[in-house]
Design a protein around this ligand. Structure first.
Ligand SMILES: Nc1nc2c(c(=O)[nH]1)N[C@H]1C(S)=C(S)[C@@H](COP(=O)(O)OP(=O)(O)OC[C@H]3O[C@@H](n4cnc5c(=O)[nH]c(N)nc54)[C@H](O)[C@@H]3O)O[C@H]1N2
Ligand SMILES: Nc1nc2c(c(=O)[nH]1)N[C@H]1C(S)=C(S)[C@@H](COP(=O)(O)OP(=O)(O)OC[C@H]3O[C@@H](n4cnc5c(=O)[nH]c(N)nc54)[C@H](O)[C@@H]3O)O[C@H]1N2
Ligand code: SF4
Ligand SMILES: [Mo]
Length: 707
């Protein structure tokens, strides 16, 4: 019998570029290809995208719920009814015993808009709890906070990605898109081919920095001083746009005063960036019209993250960039739905439409959509790390549901978080695979994955796109929306739809009048267009690819400068911990690695966790390529494999965080938080480095040295 092949247009399951792909299904299986015309990838894909179909029929997939009967017992297969009954019982019990805030949820920026929305509603309406936050707190929160306080709105890229190709100068701060978003490099390549210039700020000479006209290689955690230094030079040399500052901004006087003290030679002493390079960078930026300033996690994941982003926004505003054609400031969002995931209420302080939970008018509006009294909505709860840090403590969460995050690997000070997960009364994890976090669970729910479900995601440009179902999930696997709906039902709340188009219609109503207004968007409209940019307040509205062209959504329609000072990292090297540790990503693995460590081609390319260290440091330590290296910080110890290279500062080592177990970079990281955004300091702490000599077994086990 001949089966007709079906062709479905959808998107890659991983990062915020949301590359367009097609999935062709026939008897022989699923064939994946890039869409030649999707605007962010135009026919390109990275190795993760090309191999994503391997996740679908993977032999290690969760194919049914699992339950643990006793604390130390094994996980055993169970029916959905048994699993949901158990969850409902435990949630009810914790709520009655310890109050509603003792039951919480931890979400993810990989969840579709529909799921993120429904999760936020579930926690506020069904659980009546304030305890919800998500992994985006670890990702975008510093940039989001800085963008909101400057522009009145946070949309990662306020212009289409393709605008990069038209720029004269691009400044990339703490971003390595050559590894983290390879298809986007075509826009940088086009820019350079047109004569545009690229400046990269990164402590490592990355694949991206290697393409730069100018590479500034600072000490980790000192970007704020670089931004203030550049602005100092721009002011001194008359490169700022006085007309723009007068017409479109407020607060410049204080910033102008503040940057007076950032003489390039002082900045050199703080950052290690040569004075001449700083001046050259400022002149490049100040001498062109179409200038785009971009930050990503390297600048943002710091206890000074919000202020650092503000410093770069100040620079962009002083140069008159935001709202100008092919110019501006942007932060590069990371996760597949990193943008939408931070708009619809899975954040501790937020309601749908990017509203604030502590705003009385917002509470009234959303309560009316949900059919509950506004007074019944809880107040803002704890941020992600604070919630995890308090698990199982008095006043903390006792029963937790984790959806789409692998916190045992990706949270800072992961040794502490693993210990806390073990102290919960009850843990549910929804995932595709048995992640490291699922290993702590009492109930594991198997989730349908990308190609098996429909739903919308909002990409790094603020473009709302549609993920289309191409294949059915395995028989005992459900979508997260179905799980949420069934559990809400058991807890006495009907009316939690499990059909994504219906949930999206409700989300759009809830978003109406909010900053992220989706009112005019529908699944059908997205399918007919190449996605729709928010805000889109009515069905006839064309959507908004470019923000700020006329004004800013602040009360006085002006952008706001914020005077910020260099403080530096919370921890700097000393005699006991003499080097800087920074962490980040490799091209071939994604996040906590749950998915990509299971894909043959990706695993073969990067089979083990490596630590990048400079030749001179390796020589001093007697470490050779491939040797096991022990990294020790005040939080813990990890053992990784040496990768020796001239491409990193000699005082800094770089560890990717894609691995679990004793090679986890997050056993080392410092959970000190940015006071404005509650972002942890993933990108810098002090570390001791030596060649690992396996003396006794306890060393390998010793993941949790508390000092
Ligand atoms: N291959 C791959 N791609 C991904 C992901 C992945 O896991 N793997 N994840 C996605 C997600 S969620 C995100 S958030 C993005 C992240 O994308 P990026 O921000 O590009 O990735 P990172 O590797 O975390 O950090 C970027 C760079 O910051 C540098 N850096 C470290 N410390 C500092 C510092 O103090 N200052 C400066 N200026 N630079 C510093 C690092 O050396 C690194 O090269 O990637 C997305 N794409
Ligand atoms: N040291 C260090 N740590 C970091 C960072 C860093 O730069 N350095 N970066 C931080 C950043 S930017 C981020 S975004 C976080 C990410 O860290 P995590 O939140 O751990 O990210 P993932 O590994 O993508 O976890 C997603 C999990 O959800 C599963 N999953 C995928 N799709 C679905 C779905 O639809 N439903 C359900 N239920 N499950 C699904 C996947 O299998 C995976 O186990 O890590 C942070 N941690
Ligand atoms: S760049 Fe991102 S969205 Fe595109 S194929 Fe790679 S992982 Fe997927
Ligand atoms: Mo991220």
């Amino acid at each position: 019998m001949l089966m007709v092949a079906t062709l479905v247009r959808t998107h890659c399951p991983y990062c915020s570029l949301q590359c367009g792909i097609t999935l062709e299904t026939d008897r022989s299986g699923v064939t994946l290809a890039p869409q030649p015309d999707f605007p962010t990838n135009r026919g390109g894909l990275c190795a993760k995208g090309w191999t994503a179909a391997e996740l679908l029929g993977h032999p290690e997939r969760l194919t049914g719920p699992l339950i643990r009967d006793a604390r130390d017992g094994p996980l055993r297969p169970a029916s959905w009814d048994e699993a949901l009954d158990r969850i409902a019982r435990e949630f009810r019990h914790a709520g009655l015993e310890y109050g509603p805030d003792s039951v919480g949820c931890f979400g993810g920026g990989g969840l579709t808009n529909e799921k993120a929305y429904q999760l936020g509603k579930f926690v506020r309406v069904v659980l009546g709890s304030s305890a919800i936050d998500y992994n985006g707190r670890f990702c975008m929160s510093a940039a989001a906070t800085a963008a909101q306080r400057a522009f009145g709105v946070d949309r990662g890229l306020p212009f289409p990605l393709a605008d990069l190709a038209e720029a004269d100068v691009i400044l990339l701060v703490g971003a390595n898109p050559a590894d983290t978003m390879p298809p986007a490099m075509r826009f940088l390549d086009e820019c350079r081919a047109r004569g545009g210039r690229l400046i990269v700020v990164d402590p490592r000479r990355t694949a991206t920095a290697a393409l730069a006209d100018l590479h500034l290689q600072p000490v980790p955690g000192t970007d704020l001083a670089i931004a203030n230094g550049m602005l100092h030079v721009a002011v001194r040399e008359g490169l700022i746009d006085d007309d723009y500052i007068a017409a479109r901004t407020t607060g410049f006087a204080a910033v102008r005063r503040g940057v007076r003290l950032y003489w390039p030679d002082r900045v050199e002493r703080i950052t290690g960036v040569p004075e001449a390079d700083l001046v050259a960078a400022a002149r490049m930026l100040g001498g062109a019209r179409r200038v785009i300033v971009l930050t990503a996690r390297g600048a943002e994941q710091h206890s000074t993250g919000t202020d650092t982003v503000s410093a770069f926004i100040n620079l962009a505003l002083a140069l008159g960039l935001p709202g100008r054609e092919y110019a501006g400031f942007a932060s590069i969002t990371g996760q597949g739905n990193g943008q939408g995931g931070r708009e619809h209420g899975q954040k501790a302080d937020q309601l749908p439409g990017y509203r604030r939970l502590d705003d009385p008018a917002a509470r009234e509006h959303i309560a009316a959509v949900w059919g509950v009294p506004a007074a019944s909505l809880p107040q803002p709860g704890r941020s992600a790390y604070e919630m995890l840090d308090a698990l199982g403590t008095p006043g903390g969460v006792r029963a937790l549901w984790v959806l789409a995050s692998n916190v045992a690997v990706s949270a800072p000070h992961a040794g502490r978080i693993r210990e806390r997960l073990g102290q919960l009364d009850f843990l549910v994890v929804s995932d595709i695979f048995r992640s490291e976090t699922a290993e702590f669970a009492d109930v594991v729910l198997p989730s349908a994955q990308w190609a098996e479900e429909s739903g919308t995601l909002t990409n790094l440009e603020g473009r709302v796109i549609l993920r289309n179902r191409a294949v059915p999930p395995p028989p005992e696997v459900r979508t997260d929306l179905e799980a949420l709906s069934a559990l809400a039902d058991r807890l006495g709340h009907s009316g939690f739809h499990d059909d994504p188009a219906e949930v999206f219609a409700e989300l759009c109503r809830a978003s109406s009048g909010g900053k992220a207004d989706y009112t005019g968007i529908s699944h059908a409209r997205i399918a007919a267009e190449q996605g729709v940019f928010w805000p889109c307040p009515s069905p006839r509205h064309p959507g908004t690819p470019r923000l700020f062209t006329v004004d800013f959504p602040t009360p006085d329609r002006r952008a706001r400068f914020h005077a910020v000072e260099h403080r530096g990292p919370a921890e700097t090297p000393d005699a006991d911990y003499p080097y800087y540790l920074t962490t980040g990503r490799l091209a071939g693995h994604y996040q906590s690695g749950t998915q990509t460590r299971r894909v043959g081609r990706l695993r073969d390319a990067e089979p083990v966790a490596t630590v990048q260290l400079h030749d001179s440091l390796a020589l001093r330590l007697g470490v050779r390529e491939g040797d096991p290296v022990r990294l020790r910080t005040r939080r813990g110890t990890a053992v990784l494999t040496a990768r020796i290279s001239a491409d990193v500062r000699a005082d800094t080592v770089f560890a990717p965080f894609h691995w679990g177990g004793p090679a986890s970079a997050n056993l080392l990281t410092n959970p000190v938080l940015d006071p404005h955004s509650r972002m942890p300091e993933f990108k810098v702490c002090a570390v001791a480095v030596d060649k690992y000599v396996p003396a006794h077994d306890s060393d390998v086990e010793g993941e949790q040295h508390h000092e």
